[in-house]
Design a protein around this ligand. Sequence first.
Ligand code: ATP
Length: 284
Amino acid sequence: MKEDILVTFAYAKINLGLAVKGKRSDGYHELQTVMQTIDLYDTVKISLSGSGIECFCGGLSGPRNLAYQAAKLFRERLNSRQGIRIEIEKRIPVQAGLAGGSADAAATLRGLNQLYNYPSSQEELLQLANQLGSDVAFCLQGGTQWAEGRGEKLLPLAEAPEMSLVLAKPQQGVSTGEAYRRFDQLGRGHLLSFQAWEEALQSGSVEKIALLLSNDLEAGSQVILPVIAGLKEDLRKAGCYSALMSGSGSAVFGITHSEDQAQEIAHSLKQKGYSVWVTKTITP
Ligand code: ATP
């Protein structure tokens, strides 16, 4: 093994578009979504030491952490009994629709593969990712991707231009399961157009991208947490190109005209009691 300690970043995602096509016989929903990496990350420190797996992540420590489960799966696949210690410094808010848990799991798979001196191909890591959760494959690939199925079948899209974002989250989160249950009650899904997204992204025009933002889960999550609608309205009124809830919420992002504008909006939203981040789209 090359080295026995590694520090890596686990980046959050936003959904620029999310359409629910229907419910499958296995209970999962069939999606179309445009996923984008953003510059908000947890720090994941991995070392090979002792025996067993240890995962330290504040209140999310231990075997229920998705990063722990990623390490277990990785080790089992290699028939290894090497001890693994994971320490996660969380910055990505939980129950926000930003795939924080999935990002930590993906960073753990990537980091362990490096520490073990690359025994698995990217294809093999993607297979492990799919056993862990729907968003883990995207978090491994990153950038701008079209996803289908449960969100695990990926197709690369043209890289999004760098867009300044203000991201805000009400104090309460939304559970993904409850968001889908509400969606089923309201039952109104739309389709996304791969071609329209590809064209808008290729043009590099933030206006064109902003016009396409849509999320079928928004209406249901707004029933659970009405403050989401108010937050979206605040972002629009403050002059964002557009605003949208990410994933199943409760975080909402606004695309701003500049980082300065994002800072100004962030300042006023903080005074209203939201947790707020100024960030941007990135391709890691
Ligand atoms: P998604 O867009 O994937 O639905 P989310 O923001 O709604 O993302 P997360 O915050 O990533 O969801 O995680 C949801 C639940 O997963 C948490 O409430 C927590 O119990 C569990 N979990 C397990 N591991 C982690 C982790 N490393 N970070 C955050 N949550 C984790």
